[in-house]
Design a protein around this ligand. Structure first.
Ligand SMILES: *Cc1c(COP(=O)(O)O)cnc(C)c1O
Length: 217
């Protein structure tokens, strides 16, 4: 466990899949983790992190940014439209674009601010009622809609159902991305990132395997 170990496992998975070294970006998911654990990973030189709540990110990353240069922060959780402007200030990428209303808000604020984070469209590959993301059958249409608004859509993101073999979901996400000419694939977490890399992941989101289990109390 830990950053060095995860980097080594990513390098091995890249090699086994016949992919270039460093073709996969490791997003260290720091949500809920004690600040000293996050600081330790920054001290080791890692700069790419993921948070799933805007509010939580706002509470810790401005301070870390004063201490460490070059932080690259990714929003991997749901975004309420009224937090979009704040998300623009904090994040270099948003992995949870999942509905027209949010896409329109992002487009408007991008115009006002003169920049836009990289965007990933979340696809609900398991068609789970409680989960965010566009349905696979709506993905092509939504991607086209975002492109028509000139949004910088870099790729797709999914969170497979916990009970199912994730590879089926990774393969489905890769297929939707390929037919839409999208290169980015944000998929794979602590328990399955190697399988995601085998199926083309460009961004893996790994939390507990780097930092240890999250404690919510
Ligand atoms: C928390 C979270 C992760 C990381 O989960 P681990 O199992 O700790 O690696 C990845 N993606 C999303 C969207 C998350 O919310």
């Amino acid at each position: 466990m830990g950053l060095t170990d995860i980097r080594a496992r990513i390098a091995k998975a890249e090699a086994e899949a016949g992919r270039d070294p460093d073709s996969v970006t490791l997003i260290a998911v720091s949500k809920v983790q004690p600040l000293e654990r996050v600081a330790a990973v920054l001290e080791e030189g890692h700069r790419t992190f993921g948070e799933n709540r805007v509010q939580e990110a706002a509470g810790k990353w401005p301070d870390f940014r004063e201490r460490f240069d070059g932080v690259d922060l990714h929003l991997i959780g749901p975004l309420q439209t009224n937090k979009t402007r704040q998300a623009f200030e904090l994040f270099q990428a948003i992995h949870s674009v999942d509905r027209p209303k949010l896409a329109k808000t992002i487009a408007r604020i991008a115009q006002e601010e003169g920049h836009c984070p990289d965007l990933f469209i979340q696809v609900n590959t398991g068609e789970e009622e409680q989960k965010a993301g566009v349905l696979p059958s709506d993905a092509d249409g939504f991607i086209a809609e975002c492109r028509a608004m000139d949004l910088p859509v870099r790729g797709l993101m999914c969170i497979p159902p916990v009970e199912e073999e994730p590879s089926l979901h990774f393969a489905l996400l890769a297929k939707i991305a390929a037919r839409n000419d999208l290169e980015g694939l944000s998929m794979g977490m602590s328990s399955d990132f190697e399988r995601a890399i085998a199926l083309g992941a460009t961004h893996v989101r790994v939390g507990s395997a780097i930092f240890g289990e999250r404690s919510y109390d």
